[in-house]
Design a protein around this ligand. Structure first.
Ligand code: SF4
Length: 496
């Protein structure tokens, strides 16, 4: 191995460059040969610290990053394996992690993952047994076990963050979740894709106060008309290309050669800006044909590095409605119409207050009546009558107010009294995925993201300090279809 990614990234003197490769739906063939060729050229060039390989991007089947990564790894180039929560439950994930450890591939980018696309016979079943916070935690725990059993190295696990959000709630949620991922074990961060320099600056300002020792890399993408269109239309979850930028890319590519030249120039300018802003490296994506383009970006970066401040205005967004957390002037620009406010009160604020009070009364272990509830729960359990309470009282109430899915390990209190099983298609309990757009869900674009609603509910009730505060453990599947009320009072659920 010529270069070791973790060593390079953790040395603050370095500016690290990694390259993202996207495998195709084939085991042999042109795409795979091209990727191997790019990786070999990257190795020969010597400026790339590692390649990162995506895990069924867009939720569609593709050659496993583990096997393609291993082939590249054997050629001598370090590899970052993308590891998502979409396709496997925690048993499969742990087994895959052990396999990667055995293969010596310990650099992991732990992600929730895009929602499911189509495989053999149609759309795949979404698993999302863990979320990205818990995945980081799983790798941390596994590392300790592996080292104790004689494995010489730990996993080097990283996470993603998407600063390119427009709504106040989304911005807060992304940053809060980033903090949780770091507490859970993430050792490095890679941003999602975007071109707003103010957002890049905001992330650094936030992060350097909270976690200055954790290096952050930024994504830089070689924009083609196709990728720019997909990102502009919201078809690449978490990536953001404004209308202005999209139109510019389309006009640049009227002549393909000029288009490529402009794309390289844009990537190089953004790269030097990011270096100037204090990012510890860049993660280059959008390279599908040859390494030559990457070489051209890096050469150009060397030429213009000292002038990075001259290019800042080229990456200023004109979206005046976007929220910037560090800019107090823009914090409260989200105006609502009378109808929207009324709807919000009826569907969010009032139900939240009622549920909050009911929860405090019935489900607080320090409450005066808690010992009584425990006795009642014990009575039902001992007499095998828990089902009676569940069917006659718990299910009707919880289905009516929460569209409860009867998971038996209730997590509504972490989500401002919304059900993570019915409300979020990825069942997130530790914060939103990176896929929301203007506050709406990646999977169901007509629904507000459940975390945006949670934020608004808590803001309205002045309890925001509690938003995304706790690290919520994995759901206990052994409690599925049992009474969550009894499980809570008998200390069987995740709150024990
Ligand atoms: S509800 Fe929010 S967190 Fe859940 S999938 Fe949709 S965007 Fe992601």
């Amino acid at each position: 191995m010529l270069r070791i990614f973790s060593d390079e990234l953790l040395n603050p003197k370095n500016f690290v460059v990694t390259l993202e490769l996207v495998p195709g739906r084939e085991s042999f063939g042109r795409t795979t040969d091209t990727l191997i060729g790019i990786a070999k050229d990257a190795f020969a060039d010597g400026r790339i610290s590692a390649v990162s390989i995506t895990d069924n991007p867009g939720g569609n089947p593709s050659l496993s990053p583990d096997v393609l990564g291993y082939e590249i790894f054997k050629h001598g180039l370090d590899v970052i394996v993308h590891f998502t929560c979409r396709d496997m439950n925690r048993v499969g994930m742990e087994s895959r992690a052990l396999q990667l450890a055995r293969m010596g591939m310990k650099n992991i980018l732990a992600l929730t993952g895009d929602y499911n696309g189509k495989g053999f016979g149609g759309q795949g079943a979404p698993v999302f047994d863990l979320d990205s916070v818990l995945l980081n935690s799983m790798f941390k725990t596994l590392s300790e076990k592996l080292v104790a059993s004689g494995d010489p190295e730990e996993f080097f696990t990283g996470c993603a963050v998407s600063p390119f959000k427009t709504k106040e709630a989304e911005c807060h949620a992304q940053y809060k979740k980033l903090d949780k991922k770091i507490v859970a074990g993430a050792s490095f961060v890679i941003t999602q894709l975007g071109y707003d320099v103010k957002k890049f600056r905001e992330l650094m300002q936030y992060h350097m106060v909270k976690n200055p020792d954790i290096p952050v890399m930024a994504s830089v993408y070689l924009l083609s008309p196709r990728s720019a269109r997909a990102m502009n239309k919201g078809r690449v979850p978490g990536a953001y290309v404004s209308d202005d930028l999209f139109n510019k890319v389309i006009s640049e590519w009227k002549d393909a050669r000029q288009g490529l030249k402009a794309a390289i120039e844009r990537a190089a300018k953004l790269g030097v800006i990011l270096k100037g802003l204090g990012y510890r490296g860049i993660h280059i994506g959008g390279i599908h044909r040859s390494f030559k383009t990457v070489g051209a970006i890096l050469d150009r970066m060397e030429e213009i590095e000292n002038n990075w401040q001259d290019y800042l205005n080229e990456f200023e967004t004109k979206d005046s409605s976007a929220c910037y957390m560090v800019d107090k002037k823009t914090e409260s620009v989200e105006k609502r119409s009378v109808m929207e406010s009324l709807k919000e009160k009826l569907t969010d604020h009032y139900p939240y207050r009622i549920l909050n009070q009911a929860h405090g009364f019935f489900f607080d272990k320090n409450a005066m009546l808690a010992p009584v509830y425990k006795k009642i729960a014990n009575f039902f359990e001992r007499n095998n009558k828990a089902w009676l309470l569940k069917r006659c009282l718990e299910d009707p109430l919880k289905v009516l107010f929460l569209s409860c899915q009867s998971c038996g390990d209730c997590g509504i209190q972490h989500l401002a009294f919304q059900c993570p099983e019915s409300g979020c298609p990825k069942h997130t309990r530790n914060g939103p995925c990176g896929g929301s757009r203007d506050g709406y869900c990646e999977v169901y674009p007509d629904r507000l993201c459940i975390w945006v609603r949670a934020y608004e509910r808590m803001k309205y009730t002045n309890v925001l300090p509690g938003f995304l505060k706790d690290l919520v453990p994995p759901r206990l599947w052994e409690l599925n279809k049992t009474s969550s009320w009894i499980n809570f009072h008998l200390g069987k659920d995740h709150q024990k």
